[in-house]
Design a protein around this ligand. Structure first.
Ligand SMILES: Cc1cc2nc3c(=O)[nH]c(=O)nc-3n(C[C@H](O)[C@H](O)[C@H](O)COP(=O)(O)O)c2cc1C
Length: 328
């Protein structure tokens, strides 16, 4: 079980722990990523996808999404778009921010995105997908990575991934579902193993890792260099450090309630200090505290209280009350 000791590099960027936080729209902004990084165990954090159109048309919101903090490093920013002539400029804008890696989204299944030729729609047209990556490679010096699905419908993307490797892509993340499967069924780990076997660049396996045991099983059965985790990190932001603890044989040494309340407080402090408007802060607090409070005693009281909050300080009071009730 030495999987976690296998550090590797992505185009020269050292990945100290072979576990990555998957890109998730509306979730993996700088505040969430830096929290996950602080909680420990993660080797790479990837941003929510950012529109290449938005970046190149100087959209304020897209530019705000480029924010990152130093503690996140190494950090990857993901871009999406269907126009090869814009994706390279967008990648150059990302590079100018000083991030470590630019990642290209070729997996998003959402209709609005694929109708514009972006996301997983690129998996229907290998020549166009290769052109996107070639142009980006020519535009930036930082490592370029690509996150893909298993295919659009039933096609095999391995020939495309080999082209990416020839073009100089530094790593691939593969979610073992096709576009048409969206989130149904199971991630096909057998296909992930085939991708790993076909390529020489590092491969992140992705899809359906919910526990530490799942992560180890993915390493064992697919041979991937790293495991990328998305949804499980929403309810358990400690999953990365739990995987390390599991491998080193530690069991249940942490107090779940204390660590959860601590994570919630850290998160609140981050969003409270953010430049965004109050409405955004309250929305984030409701969503993220809602996730993190699941499964702990008095968590339901916290979630009920979230309906009535009008300031971040109100959430802090809910957490203090929950803690007081626990010691009482
Ligand atoms: C809320 C949400 C938002 C997502 N946004 C993105 C995204 O912006 N870019 C991307 O490549 N994948 C995105 N994904 C897909 C995840 O990165 C990941 O591939 C997928 O959830 C499967 O991994 P999991 O089973 O560990 O969650 C998103 C998934 C979720 C649940």
């Amino acid at each position: 079980m030495d999987f976690l000791k296998r550090s590797f590099t992505i185009g020269g960027v050292a990945i100290e722990s072979p576990l990555a936080l998957a890109p998730m729209a509306e979730v993996t902004d700088t505040y969430y990523r830096s929290l996950i990084k602080e909680l420990g165990g993660v080797g790479l954090v990837v941003s929510e996808f950012i529109s290449a159109e938005g970046l190149t048309r100087k959209n304020d919101r897209s530019h705000q999404m480029l924010a990152f903090s130093e503690n996140e490093r190494p950090v990857a920013i993901q871009i999406y778009g269907g126009d090869p002539e814009r994706m390279d400029d967008a990648a150059a804008i990302v590079e100018a921010e000083g991030v470590d890696i630019v990642d290209v989204n070729m997996g998003c299944p959402v209709r609005k995105i694929v109708n514009s030729g972006a996301g997983s729609a690129l998996l229907k047209d290998f020549d166009k997908a290769a052109r996107v990556v070639e142009k980006i490679k020519a535009a930036v010096k930082i490592p370029v990575t690509v996150k893909v699905r298993k295919g659009w419908e039933s096609n095999d993307v391995i020939p495309l991934l080999k082209r990416f490797e020839e073009i100089g892509v530094a790593a691939i993340a593969i979610h073992g579902r096709t576009r048409s499967e969206a989130y149904t069924g199971a991630s096909d780990w057998g296909y992930i193993a085939k991708v790993k076997e076909a390529l020489t660049i590092p491969v992140w396996g992705n899809g359906d890792v919910k526990t530490a045991a799942d992560a180890i099983r993915m390493f064992e059965t697919t041979g991937v260099d790293g495991v990328m985790i998305g949804r499980a990190a929403l309810h358990n932001p400690f999953i990365f450090r739990d995987i390390h603890a599991y491998v080193s044989g530690e069991r249940n040494v942490e107090n779940e309630i204390d660590r959860r309340i601590d994570a919630m407080q850290r998160y609140l402090a981050k969003i409270d200090a953010a430049p965004q408007i109050d409405k955004w802060k309250l929305h984030k607090a409701r969503t993220v505290i809602g996730w993190f409070s699941k499964g702990i005693p008095h968590g339901k009281d916290i979630r009920t209280g979230l309906h009535d909050i009008t300031a971040v300080a109100d959430v802090q009071r809910l957490l203090d009350n929950a803690r007081l009730r626990l010691v009482a």
